[in-house]
Design a protein around this ligand. Structure first.
Ligand SMILES: *Cc1c(COP(=O)(O)O)cnc(C)c1O
Length: 457
């Protein structure tokens, strides 16, 4: 006998709320207090000398990250959006250069190029990894391509071997956006500096955080020096004799404060436990969900790891015979109502393909006359719907993801989550035959998920 689905008035699988994350402990409080008592809340000075690269806490945090993962240089910044801009500047992007970007990411993964007059050219994704598809990258390369910004989406590594094989011989720089993938390995190598330069985000929602913050990593001395210049008013640094050219040396203030660095230092100590917890939860989800016909999950390859910023999986509407949105609503009804974005059990779509945003549709980024899209007069950059069919299919039809794959949640919590999914699937005829199956769905993407629950705890 079928159980009644909660969305149709039946008993839900679970009503007890999922626990919120608790990220700050006594170590962070003591670290912040120590800095406050020292009176030195920032150790930076925009002048030549040892203060140019920050204070004690900033340097200690950078050193601990670099040593832990074997990077030659680590350069902290006040956000990873700043970090991406610094990286784009450091690799020497100039107006009219094309930068190949992922259309399925946080917007800064592409807008970073625009700040230097670079033109984002969107390549399509591998539907299994949700990261750039090397074949699509190759198709988008022109003589103007100067960089590729690779996003390791949701914490799973992109196919870096193939991407480097394409980029290296052509002298194209590779920037790795590892915002969602701290501490992740690709074929036993720490991601971040497999390409030329890359980095991490420490905003409030990321695995580890200090409110806002970011970190660049690279094994290239000149890129590191350029990044340091851009971070802190490089034009004020008088010893630029080492540089072959002074392009993009103009700096911002992208400096991390001492309090943030001290907190981030403590947070880094927790990263391995956080990753282990998420990997354990994801393994359980993979085991159960991979058995369901109509749901695709992806395991990481030998030697690689996944950080599970979110737990992504694909939904095949044609097999289930109901829309993804109706499925999502039915599963959500079996579970407690979210108190914040992180307790949303299930979300769909993730983010609208970036090229559909107005800055690309109207081709206006800096000023009002179409800059930088009009720099290459002979090229008409195409941002129309349809240019990245795999990405659009993920957004409009296939992508489901859960933010529940995180500490302090347990296997018991994951069990409730999968039980809710199975209950809906086992009773899918109730949905097919209900008034709810009326095709009036709206995509409930990341933006809507946040709007629904608000951003406060
Ligand atoms: C969070 C994030 C960013 C931006 O990082 P901030 O520190 O918030 O500026 C960039 N790219 C991706 C993929 C992200 O998830």
């Amino acid at each position: 006998m079928a159980e009644r689905l909660a969305i149709l008035g039946g008993q839900p699988i679970r009503t007890i709320p999922f626990l919120n994350r608790k990220t700050m402990g006594t170590n962070e409080i003591e670290a912040a207090t120590r800095v406050i008592n020292s009176e030195i809340l920032s150790g930076f000075l925009a002048a030549p000398g040892s203060f140019f690269n920050g204070g004690k806490e900033v340097k200690a945090f950078e050193k601990s990250w670099a040593e832990k993962y074997g990077f030659k240089h680590a350069i902290s910044v006040n956000s990873w959006t700043s970090g991406l801009m610094v990286a784009v500047g450091a690799v020497g992007i100039k107006p009219g250069d094309e930068v190949i970007c992922s259309p399925y990411s946080m917007s800064a993964s592409a807008t970073a190029a625009l700040f230097y007059g670079g033109i984002p050219v969107f390549a399509d994704l591998d539907p299994e990894t949700f990261c750039l598809d090397p074949k699509s990258i190759e198709e988008k390369i022109t003589s103007k391509t100067k960089a590729i910004i690779v996003v390791h989406l949701f914490g799973g590594p992109a196919d870096m071997d193939s991407i480097m094989k394409i980029a290296k011989p052509r002298g194209i720089k590779v920037i790795e956006d590892c915002a969602q993938a701290p501490g992740v390995f690709y074929k036993n190598k720490a991601i971040g500096a497999i390409g030329d330069i890359g980095g991490f985000s420490f905003n409030f929602h990321k695995h580890i955080h200090c409110g806002e913050g970011g970190l660049l990593v690279t094994n290239d001395d000149e890129l590191a020096f350029r990044a340091q210049l851009i971070r802190n008013h490089g034009e004020n640094c008088f010893d630029l004799s080492k540089l072959s050219d002074l392009g993009n040396v103009i700096g911002g203030n992208y400096r991390l404060t001492e309090i943030q660095a001290a907190i981030a230092f403590e947070q880094l100590k927790k990263l391995e436990d956080i990753l282990e917890r998420r990997q354990t939860l994801a393994k359980y989800l993979n085991e159960r969900l991979s058995k369901i016909n109509g749901i695709s999950v992806k395991e990481v390859e030998e030697g690689s790891t996944h950080a599970y910023y979110m737990y992504p999986f694909r939904f095949h509407e044609d097999i289930f015979g109901i829309s993804r949105n109706l499925f999502l609503r039915a599963v959500s009804a079996e579970l407690p109502k979210p108190s914040n974005w992180e307790t949303t059990p299930l979300a769909e779509g993730y983010v609208k393909p970036l090229y559909l945003n107005d800055i690309y549709q109207q081709k206006i980024a800096i000023g009002t006359k179409g800059f930088p899209f009009n720099v290459n007069k002979e090229v008409n950059y195409d941002y129309s719907k349809g240019i990245c069919p795999v990405t659009e299919k993920l957004y409009y039809q296939e992508m489901l993801y859960s933010p529940l794959v995180r500490e302090p949640l347990s296997i018991e919590d994951m069990k409730d989550f999968v039980d809710a999914i199975e209950k809906v699937i086992n009773n899918i005829d109730q949905l097919k035959n209900s008034d709810l199956n009326n095709g009036t769905d709206e995509i409930h993407d990341a933006v809507k998920a946040v709007e629904d629950v608000g951003t406060t705890k």
